[in-house]
Design a protein around this ligand. Structure first.
Ligand SMILES: NC(=O)c1ccc[n+]([C@@H]2O[C@H](COP(=O)([O-])OP(=O)(O)OC[C@H]3O[C@@H](n4cnc5c(N)ncnc54)[C@H](O)[C@@H]3O)[C@@H](O)[C@H]2O)c1
Length: 372
């Protein structure tokens, strides 16, 4: 198979769909890999890193799209890229179709087979190609929150770990899933006094069993949330209700009860945010103040550490990419129902029920399509 990887063109996207390591593995499996020149630059990979791994360099995205049997990317294809897709070609990338009717229409019209990272599943009910980005965002949250807490950045002027004779910062993490657990571990590692809130007792039990005294856990009732928030120097918003907007857990009126200069890091901003006063920001201008409280609300946090994020995503996508290339999409999906869960569109038909429901488009079951 010829596997193509174009340079990402969405603004502020520095990741790349294939690392030189992934390219090398595909070449070792007998495939040709075509990388657009400069595609890895934002993540710190030169063209020569790819050619050393056995890949070839293409001059333009058009060369990649017209030659490759399968396109491996990071972000959903932009309008110009969608025009270059063709029937029989496989597209493997993040798609997020439900809120994007225009993209969905274009991909259906292209005739291509589109497998979305975000809907591939694993046997524990998780989303293995979303988890690495939650891990990155979670671990980044205390790092950006610590910066926000510095006086010159508008914060309280509190050091995460304190010093001998001065207590540490208090960090409250709301939501103890992937983001929250990684945020709590890093904050605790920085020496902060950390509490994690969740609505799931099973999750709180798991955190208590695994992390013991590293951080405290508490049930996320409204009363507990505001009581712990009043005492916090930093609050990390890490809740998720699958398929729904994030619940608002701290209202504007409650900001006056928080410590002046406290830092709110709303990781859940990509689902609308879990603080009433959250609005999405960018890496160029990440922090703003409301009623004396600093808000960090960057919607694509992993972009700040594009190299780590690219490698983490590449590690997760590589086995699926190799299966698709080695067996062809049909056999790979027949052999692996979790990969079949990723099939969103095939040959002009929508094959993902939640997207069909959101957009009012007829859906053909993926289990039928894969056997045709
Ligand atoms: N900003 C970014 O760059 C970025 C990057 C990755 C993930 N995210 C977002 O971070 C959020 C968390 O993702 P995740 O992978 O950790 O999800 P997850 O499903 O692993 O964890 C979410 C947790 O929130 C808990 N929860 C739900 N409602 C709650 C409530 N009212 N109070 C307390 N806890 C509650 C759930 O029980 C669960 O444990 C999502 O919105 C995700 O989209 C953002």
């Amino acid at each position: 198979m010829i596997i193509g990887c174009p340079k990402e063109i969405k603004p502020q996207e520095f990741r790349v769909g294939m690392t030189p390591n992934a390219a090398g593995e595909a070449v070792a499996h007998g495939h040709r890999v075509l990388i657009e020149t400069g595609a890895g630059k934002g993540a710190g990979f030169e063209d020569s890193d790819y050619t050393d791994a056995g890949a070839e360099i293409a001059g333009t995205a058009a060369d990649v799209f017209s030659t490759a049997d399968m396109i491996v990317k990071v972000k959903e294809p932009q309008p110009g890229e969608r025009k270059m897709l063709r029937e029989g070609q496989v597209l493997f990338t993040y798609l997020h179709l439900a809120p994007d009717p225009e993209q969905t229409r274009d991909l259906i019209a292209s005739g291509a087979t589109c497998i979305a990272y975000e809907t591939v599943t694993d046997d524990r009910g998780g989303l293995p190609l979303l988890a690495p980005m939650s891990e990155v965002a979670g671990r980044l949250a205390p790092q950006v929150g610590a910066w926000t807490l510095q006086k010159a950045n508008g914060g309280r002027g509190v050091l995460m770990g304190g010093v001998p004779g001065v207590g540490p910062a208090r960090v409250l993490v709301i939501g103890g899933g992937v983001v929250g657990t990684h945020a709590a571990r890093i904050a605790a590692g920085m020496g902060a006094d950390v509490t994690v809130l969740d609505r799931s007792l099973a999750r709180l039990r798991y955190l208590d069993d695994v992390f013991g005294r590293e951080f405290k856990t508490s049930y996320a009732s409204a009363g507990n949330t505001i009581e712990l928030a009043r005492a916090a120097d930093m609050i990390v918003g890490a809740v998720l209700i699958p398929g729904a907007a994030a619940p608002k857990l701290i209202s504007r009126a409650q900001l006056s009860e928080l410590k002046p200069g406290a830092a709110l890091v709303d990781v859940a901003i990509d689902q609308g945010g879990c603080f009433e006063t959250s609005r999405a920001t960018t890496h160029q201008d990440p922090v703003y103040e409301v009623d004396g409280i600093m808000h960090y609300c960057v919607a694509n946090m992993p972009g700040a550490v594009a190299r780590t994020s690219t490698i983490a995503l590449g590690n997760a996508t590589m086995p699926f990419m190799l299966a698709l290339a080695d067996k062809g999409w049909k056999q790979a999906c027949l052999d692996d129902p979790h990969l079949l869960d990723g099939l969103n569109i095939h040959a002009g038909q929508l094959t993902y029920f939640a997207v069909g429901k959101a957009l009012g488009i007829d859906v053909v079951s993926p289990s039928i399509v894969v056997k045709q």
